[in-house]
Ligand binder design. Structure first.
Ligand SMILES: [Zn+2]
Length: 197
């Protein structure tokens, strides 16, 4: 089975030069059969590290945020789940324990997303192409970030989820620009990342 890759647009030439191929149907790069995936390690989905899962119904949440760089209003995205199976390790990392987190009146927002179930990639690519993995200077690591749809500036999750008045932190219902569209009705989807209410 071909291995799908998580290649940011700006790194596509690099992936192509190494032999990655483009799947026009799923809009993803992949490692062709018979080629070692090792040179592509930086773009591989690290599914073995995924622990927690999003429990469907799963939503794509869309909101609006003024861009810090060009000042235009851009659409921004995050995943919303009805419940999360949150898996944590004790300090000695021996025993994982899990805990179902639910939000009675609203969805749980996924933020600081590091890795996501590959089954969601085609949907995200198609409906939220400005939300994709990028290098975050604040975190010194790669994570999913929104990008301004006008100037491609990275818009960090902190501004969207943790700043009062941010796209996913409206101060009142009237102020909210969040719309939810359903992605999957059922199923569990592994992820690595944080979440907020
Ligand atoms: Zn912008």
């Amino acid at each position: 089975m071909s291995q799908y890759l998580n290649v940011p647009f700006t790194e596509k030439d690099q992936a192509k030069a190494l032999g990655a191929r483009w799947d026009g149907q799923t809009k993803q790069w992949f490692v062709p059969d018979g080629i070692s995936a090792q040179p592509f390690a930086q773009w591989l989905q690290q599914t073995h590290t995924l622990q927690s899962s999003l429990i469907a119904p799963l939503y794509l949440r869309t909101s609006c945020q003024p861009c810090w760089r060009c000042s235009k209003v851009s659409r921004v995205y995050c995943l919303g789940a009805s419940a999360i199976n949150d898996v944590q390790y004790d300090d000695d990392e021996s025993q994982p324990y899990s805990n179902i987190v639910e939000n009675e009146n609203d969805l749980i927002d996924v933020c600081d997303l590091e890795d996501i179930d590959t089954r969601l990639l085609p949907f995200l690519n198609q409906h939220a192409s400005t939300y994709r993995p990028a290098f975050s200077k604040t975190k010194s690591s790669k994570c999913w970030m929104n990008h301004c749809e006008h100037c491609d500036a990275k818009i960090g999750d902190f501004f969207l989820h943790s700043e009062p008045g941010g796209a996913f932190f409206p101060m009142s219902e009237d102020e909210s620009t969040i719309t939810d569209s359903i992605m999957f009705e059922d199923g569990n989807f592994l992820f690595n990342g944080g979440f907020s209410f």
